[in-house]
Design a protein around this ligand. Structure first.
Ligand SMILES: Nc1ncnc2c1ncn2[C@@H]1O[C@H](COP(=O)(O)OP(=O)(O)OP(=O)(O)O)[C@@H](O)[C@H]1O
Length: 338
């Protein structure tokens, strides 16, 4: 469906997008994820035709899009601040793209009603946009983007403005909706939770380049680099030397999974793989802080050597602040990073 081939966008000397190649298959939901300034929005703007490329090609269904204007690309756009027309009612907003395409009034009305049902706002056509909640406005913006049946729907921080609870609910709804409609989606977000909940595949960007691409599970289980690991919130990373099934690090010998790359590397231990027991039986650590995270407790440890270490413990097993414990490591939660 969508193919980017070595796409580069420069602003002055700086490449906001640097030789990016990316494919999105029919019906696939791809989320581009990365810190602020990594080039996500620029990438979307390129696909939409809002931003010319410095080099490289954008293909939609095999056709090169250079010179094709925004309204002829057949892509739908939904931006962070959803840019609804305040002077129009809900139906007027949803019908916008249809009117632009000259769809007849009766057909338009039917499609608007269908879309409002789809996004969970049945019968809301006559309501004023200004009187809607943030979540409702988001749904209207989604209905407007979907109304002309775009071959590719692009979302820029689709749930960016909403509070966390609402975002978590909407992201589940969106995923179900896209699955049902078979929509092909390219979304960008800086929120990893959102990306992982929404996407069939996530693409992590860093400084205009693709740092990793894979299913949410693949990226979560095997971050390709220290950058990706830290971006996902994994901070238990130390340098080490891998020999056979263990790595020598400042935290002592850490078992690693079979097949891990050998030699000097960065070693990640996911918090779930840090086991706490008797001080004599492992790396000697003092408990610095505990943070409740729903089902588990994040325990921040100060080891006798090396940087701080985080462990995830069951509620009842979390040691008290100030306690001294021995940390050991479970190989299946250890990743030797590239
Ligand atoms: N029109 C422009 N002129 C000059 N520089 C730009 C322009 N648009 C973007 N940039 C720069 O390109 C880089 C990438 O910007 P972009 O908005 O694509 O990043 P992003 O990952 O979407 O960030 P955010 O999450 O903050 O929106 C940034 O350094 C930005 O300052």
């Amino acid at each position: 469906m969508l193919a980017l081939r070595d796409v580069t966008v420069r602003f002055g000397a700086r490449a906001a997008v640097d030789a990016v190649s990316l494919d999105v298959a029919d019906h696939e939901v791809v989320c581009v994820l990365g810190p602020s300034g990594s080039g996500k929005s620029t990438l979307l703007r390129v696909v939409a035709g809002l931003q010319p490329v410095t080099a490289g090609r954008v293909l939609l269904d095999g056709a090169d899009q250079s010179g094709v204007p925004v309204h002829r690309r057949g892509v739908g756009l939904m931006f962070q601040d959803h840019q609804l027309f305040p002077q129009r009612d809900v139906a007027g907003n949803v019908a916008f793209g249809l009117r632009m395409r000259g769809v007849a009034r009766v057909e338009r009305a039917a499609r608007v009603a269908e879309l409002l049902d789809l996004v969970g706002l049945p019968g809301a056509g006559r309501r004023a946009v200004a009187a809607l909640s943030g979540g409702e406005q988001q749904r209207v913006a989604l209905a407007r983007a979907l109304a002309p049946r775009p071959r590719l729907l692009m979302l820029d921080e689709p749930l960016g403005q909403l509070d966390r609870g609402l975002r978590e609910r909407l992201v589940v709804e969106l995923r179900q909706l896209f699955g049902r409609l078979g929509t092909t989606v390219l979304a960008v977000t800086h929120d990893q939770g959102e990306a992982f909940a929404l996407a069939d595949r996530v693409v992590v960007m860093r400084d205009g380049r693709v740092a990793q691409s894979g299913t949410p599970l693949e990226v979560w289980q095997r971050p390709a680099s220290e950058f990706v690991a830290r971006f996902l919130g994994f901070d238990n990373v130390v340098p080490g030397t891998v020999t056979g099934r263990a790595a020598d690090t400042v935290w002592g010998r850490i078992p690693v999974p079979a097949g891990s790359a050998q030699g000097a590397a960065r070693v990640l231990v996911r918090p779930a793989g840090v086991r706490l027991g008797d001080p004599a039986g492992g790396l000697w650590c003092t408990v610095e802080a505990r943070t409740f995270r729903g089902q588990s407790v994040a325990v921040r440890l100060r080891p006798e050597s090396g940087p701080a270490l985080e462990a995830a413990c069951a509620l009842r097993e979390a040691p008290e602040e100030g306690a001294v414990v021995g940390a050991t490591f479970a190989a299946d939660e250890v990743v030797v990073l590239g």
